[in-house]
Write a protein that binds this ligand. Structure first.
Ligand code: ZN
Length: 269
């Protein structure tokens, strides 16, 4: 075997064969009992979903935790509860789908609470104003998701609103997988994109109209910001307010059901 061929074989072993064997070993391990307890406590969906979906979720969580790096920020101390809760919510979006686990995502940065980011704002006279904004989550297409832990669990205000920052930011990750974060994730065909865009456009306009007329909306008004935020907000409502969304927005619900391949009404509580 030539020298070059030997190098190719070595690289294949290091970067393809060994990681696959490691992943297989990770997936073969039993799901730790304390992880299951965390899921029951922090993911009410898990308690109510059918066993086959629970099994899928646990398998996906094991892979997520193996592949992704968690980074503690601003003095947070990482623990299993933080990692399993975030992984569990992120993997809810992947059930019943033969897709990779957020292939471009490498790091999840977790802050104890809201984090402040610098923002540039263009004034009407064209001048640029520097400001700061407190955020509970952010998603970047360069492989990072940033989250505030105190917005994820034990936050009654957020829960009563049907919001979920983890679902929101990971919907952005799905949205960015096809190269542009524009409110349309990876879809199987041109027709699927056409249908998606018809439904989303109509629903986006309806949200604008409802807000302009002061009509209460099932969807978080933040979804009116742009099509990418609309998809993220619609994803939150699909999982957290499934019955309400299905009643008030049947076309939107059907579109999301087709994409996510689950019906969260089955485990709504
Ligand atoms: Zn967003």
């Amino acid at each position: 075997m030539g020298y070059l061929a030997l190098i190719v074989v070595m690289l294949l072993l290091i970067f393809v064969v060994v990681p696959r064997l490691r992943l297989r070993a990770v997936l073969a391990r039993a799901f730790p009992t304390n992880y299951a307890k965390i899921l029951r406590r922090n993911l009410p969906e898990y308690r109510h979903m059918p066993t086959d979906l629970q099994m899928q979720l646990k398998r996906r969580i094991k892979q997520f935790l193996y592949e992704k790096n968690f980074v503690a920020c601003a003095g947070l101390v990482l623990n299993d509860e933080i990692k399993v809760t975030i992984a569990g919510k992120a993997c809810l979006l992947l059930l019943n789908r033969e897709i990779e686990i957020y292939p471009s995502l490498t790091h999840i940065l977790v802050y104890p609470g809201s984090f402040v980011v610098p923002r540039q704002q263009r004034n009407e006279d064209g001048t640029i104003m520097q400001s700061h904004q407190a955020l509970s989550g952010e998603s970047w297409s360069d492989g990072r998701v940033i989250l505030a832990w105190d917005q994820i669990v034990d936050n009654e205000h957020v829960q009563s609103m049907g919001q979920d920052v983890v679902l929101h930011e990971f919907a952005h990750q799905l949205d960015s997988e096809n190269g542009s974060t524009n409110g349309a994730p990876d879809l199987p065909s041109t027709q699927a994109y056409q249908r998606w865009s018809q439904v989303m456009q109509a629903e986006f306009e309806r949200l604008h109209e409802d807000l302009a007329q002061g009509i209460p909306t099932v969807l978080d008004p933040y979804g009116a910001t742009n099509p990418a935020e609309f998809f993220a907000v619609a994803t939150e409502a699909f999982y957290k307010k499934s019955r309400l969304l299905a009643e008030a927005h049947p076309a939107l619900f059907a579109q999301l059901k087709q994409y996510y391949k689950v019906d969260p009404r089955e485990w709504a509580f």
